[in-house]
Design a protein around this ligand. Structure first.
Ligand SMILES: *Cc1c(COP(=O)(O)O)cnc(C)c1O
Length: 362
């Protein structure tokens, strides 16, 4: 079969011994594989120059639009090695669809979903030796992205756009496994507003969130919990790169409704699995007041955050200006643990993929 992303192998791969030592302790986002996938778009020809070739720096004119106006979107997903050596993606069609939606919001061209999948699969095949063994929740993290590469300073959608995928072997995002995180409720910063880019995976959202992240860390917290524009009179939204879930004493699994939050693949996965754990999935606005009362009177028994990088991570504490609350027992809850094991079990092929979520690459 001819790949839509033909491979030109690098003559200079990382030597095997060096790769082995990287795979033994990959960290997250520090070491990259030998190749990258890429394609270019212009209005005259559409998408062209698809291929997988040696990982190399981009050459950009200083006026390249992305450097000035942040016209950029990205995705994040993982390739998982199963015990029999095979390599799989988890629901990548969802990332393809979300990538197209994000691109549309940022006035970038649409990459056909089949090309999105073909580029990723071609890269994973080319760099297959970089997919870590299934121990220690390791995986190959894949980062597809698209940016405005045209050289010009006028404000309009760029007429030269680059699509690329890079990959890095990764350990769990929170090195502690799931010892739980504490979230900082920021009243200085919001993440999104109606009609904004909160539901798109664009770099600008992350750039704008860094000050809030620094504020959280200054208060001894791991991540930010964003409120909507109405502050403590309003609703809770999500964390900087993770969706939020609450489990109640009457068996509901509550998560903020879509709108200004990012629609996580993990979020949808957890909502789908909930009934199998005796939980009723509910997506609706969650007020800050409800969170405060629920933690105080114990009707919120567990909380966790979800995302591809973090899988399911227990939220064990919530802090803000003048308060510090403990969630449940202050440790990972039972239902969170069960859901987390199930999601990881499916991804690593240890339990049955009863929803047909896996897609084999190697
Ligand atoms: C990527 C992301 C998530 C998690 O999405 P997954 O598809 O589950 O990885 C949640 N919130 C934000 C803001 C994100 O960018």
């Amino acid at each position: 079969m001819r790949s839509a992303f033909p491979l030109v192998r690098t003559p200079h791969p990382v030597p095997e011994a060096e790769r082995a030592s990287i795979l033994a302790a990959p960290g997250f986002g520090r070491h990259f594989t030998d190749h990258m996938a890429s394609a270019v778009w212009t209005p005259e020809v559409g998408w062209h120059d698809h291929g997988v070739s040696a990982l190399r720096p981009f050459s950009l004119h200083p006026s390249a639009a992305v450097l000035h106006y942040a016209q950029e979107v990205f995705e994040g997903l993982k390739a998982y090695r199963h015990d029999d050596g095979s390599v799989w993606l988890f629901r990548p069609e969802r990332n393809a669809r979300r990538f197209a939606r994000s691109a549309e919001r940022m006035a970038l061209p649409t990459l056909p979903e089949d090309d999105f999948l073909a580029g990723i699969e071609a890269l994973v095949r080319a760099d297959e030796p970089w997919v870590p063994a299934a121990t220690g929740e390791r995986s190959l993290y894949l980062r597809p992205f698209m940016f405005a590469a045209e050289s010009f300073l006028g404000v309009r959608p760029a007429e030269r756009v680059v699509y690329s995928v890079i990959a890095c072997p990764a350990e769990p995002y929170f090195p502690s496994g799931d010892n739980g995180v504490t979230l900082w409720v920021s009243t200085s910063y919001t993440r999104a507003g109606q009609g904004g880019t909160g539901d798109s995976k664009c770099g600008g959202n992350y750039g704008a969130g860094l000050a809030a992240q620094v504020e959280a860390e200054r208060h001894g917290c791991d991540q930010v919990l964003y409120l909507d524009g109405a502050g403590e009179q309003g609703c809770v939204e999500e964390s900087g790169a993770m969706n939020l879930f609450l489990i109640t004493s009457d068996g509901e699994l509550v998560t903020p409704a879509l709108g200004t939050i990012l629609e996580g693949v993990t979020r949808d996965t957890v909502l789908t699995l909930a009934p199998e754990y005796g939980l009723t999935p509910v997506a609706r606005p969650v007020t800050f007041e409800e969170l405060r009362e629920g933690l105080a009177d114990g009707t919120i028994t567990e909380a966790f955050a979800s995302g591809t990088a973090a899988v399911l991570t227990s939220v064990v504490g919530i802090k803000g200006e003048g308060y510090a609350w403990t969630v449940g027992t202050g440790k990972q809850g039972e239902r969170t643990a069960a859901l987390r094991e199930r999601v990881l079990g499916i991804q690593y092929g240890r339990v049955e993929d009863s929803h047909g979520w896996l897609r084999r690459v190697v």
